[in-house]
Design a protein around this ligand. Structure first.
Ligand SMILES: NC(=O)CCC(=O)C(=O)O
Length: 298
């Protein structure tokens, strides 16, 4: 299946600085998204936990209820803010993520919502791989103490451009998920994320380039800005990588917006020059995109 991008598209990654006041964060998000839209961005991306601090102790108190959809404004102010902002900005808005409480099961999720320029909800991705790591004396984090995991690969069709996949942060460490999305025709993988200052320097860019070179498509990773007063120090460095694994743009750690143009010709040129799609040996190893894959594809 081809990874078709129908026409070039300008993408903006909004590396937001958010605080503890959700209402304030939502207003600030609006300013920055409208700024990206004024610069001509047609796909705008926000970071993981874009309107709250990131941390297990914060998930329950910031959680919103998304089901049944659409939720009321009381159940999910972020849903409505993002939907309205997609309309105002006339762009596809990949709304980072928010903590979600599913009241039917009483389970919490780390959930990303994507809206069309008409404000329609196109996709919901619940983080599939929870961030549970323990590097002694450096960082211990256990999302699974509070959160439950999602159970599908999320592929969204953006009618003017083509298909993209949405996943969240730690999901990028799992090449299978990216491979499944790429083999279902996505031209880009979008990861709202919040790496940290221990793993970020070694792995953030490397993983972005790895997923791009594995799949010969674009990868975009959008982080919160670093806040040294917060309990969790995000790595920042939001970036876009092209299908040859070249970093097209990369932020530092403070609040900013970075832009890149994704172009279908670059995907085709890369695939033509290094034709790995036609050289795979499914007689030697299995095609992970074929069997028992759980996909949400609109
Ligand atoms: N929020 C996350 O999933 C963080 C992932 C991370 O930092 C990593 O090293 O992986």
């Amino acid at each position: 299946m081809s990874n078709q991008l129908k026409k070039p598209v300008k993408v903006a990654l909004v590396q937001l600085a958010s605080g503890t006041d959700k209402a304030k964060n939502l207003l600030h998000t609006r300013d920055r998204v409208l700024e990206a839209s004024a610069e001509g961005a047609k796909i705008i991306v926000l970071p993981e936990c874009f309107n709250s601090p990131y941390g297990c102790s914060f998930f329950p108190s910031y959680a919103e209820t998304l089901l049944p959809s659409p939720p009321t404004t009381e159940q999910s102010p972020s849903f409505h803010a993002l939907s309205n902002l997609a309309v105002e900005s006339k762009a596809y808005l990949i709304g980072g993520s928010i903590p979600e409480l599913d009241t039917t099961t009483n389970k919490y999720y780390n959930t990303s919502l994507t809206f069309s320029p008409t404000g329609e909800l196109l996709a919901t991705h619940r983080k599939v791989h929870l961030f549970d790591i323990d590097i002694p004396e450096k960082i211990t984090f256990k999302e699974s103490e509070v959160l439950s995991s999602g159970n599908k690969v999320t592929i969204v069709d953006l009618p003017e451009y083509g298909k993209v996949a949405i996943a969240i942060c730690y999901d990028i460490r799992f090449p299978e998920l990216a491979m499944v999305a790429a083999r279902h025709g996505c031209f880009a993988l979008f990861y709202p994320g919040a790496f940290n200052t221990v793993t970020g320097p070694l792995h953030w860019k490397l993983l972005g380039q790895a997923r791009a070179v594995d799949n010969q498509i674009y990868v975009a990773m959008c982080s919160p800005a670093r806040d040294m007063c917060a309990g969790y120090h995000a790595w920042g460095h939001s970036l876009v990588v092209d299908p040859m694994a070249k970093v097209l743009t990369e932020a530092e750690e403070s609040e900013t917006i970075v832009y890149a143009v994704m172009d279908g010709e670059k995907i085709e040129e890369t695939k033509k020059g290094i034709p790995i799609s036609a050289q795979r040996r499914f007689d030697v190893y299995p095609d992970v995109s074929k069997e028992g894959v759980s996909i949400d594809k609109l």
